[in-house]
Design a protein around this ligand. Sequence first.
Ligand code: HEC
Length: 214
Amino acid sequence: MTNSRSRFPVLASGFVFRFVFRFGSWFAVLLFVAALSHALSAQQPIDGPQYTSGNTLVRPANYREWVFIGSGLGLTYDQSANNTTFTNVFVNPAAYRGFVSTCKWPDKSVFVLEFRASATDAPPNTNGRFQTRLTGIEAEVKDARFADGWAFYNFRLKPDATVMADTAAPLAGQAAASCVECHSKNTAVERTFVQFYPTLLEVARAKGTLKPGF
Ligand code: HEC
């Protein structure tokens, strides 16, 4: 009697322990997987190119949350001087991470070139320039779906527009030819101006992926 009374709780707790161990651990794994996938889907911003019909690119809505790789002030490609436009360049985070580990752009890299006017007249500034309104958005995508692996886009609706188009078809013919030519002849890595993006230039130089001459 004494024996069975004292044995019962031992048996019961052994059973509970085995039950909890066997089913509880599975339950914990399921809970963990569910929580993880929920966290991932909640956090994952839109990264990589989003197309509507065919190769028409949706203007990346959250590119300002992407990785900022560099900017230029007054870059000109002909003899015209006095250009006071800033250019800011952003790349999607997955492409940035890929580049930092391999120094090559992975498939589905998206680059956004943002144009901003500038001004000088605001205290406490005396001499320098700061960025003002948006004047243009261009993009470039590396994607195996294109014949030569790359496509160029322009979201600017009119020369002086501040509102950009929501989508753009890939530039073709003459419109694309100038982009492709300059972005092939003068670029340090693949079709991109890594020579103007100081931190990427350092990693590409260290890994030896710069084109000859850079
Ligand atoms: C004569 C040369 C030239 C031409 C033509 C040109 N670009 Fe560029 N592009 C540049 C330079 C220089 C940069 C670097 C900008 C910076 O540092 O702010 C650049 C940067 C870019 C970037 C950022 C990613 C990268 O490649 O470094 C995009 C996107 C881009 N250009 C799109 C276009 C599109 C679209 C066209 C055609 C409509 C075009 N470009 C035509 C010189 C050119």
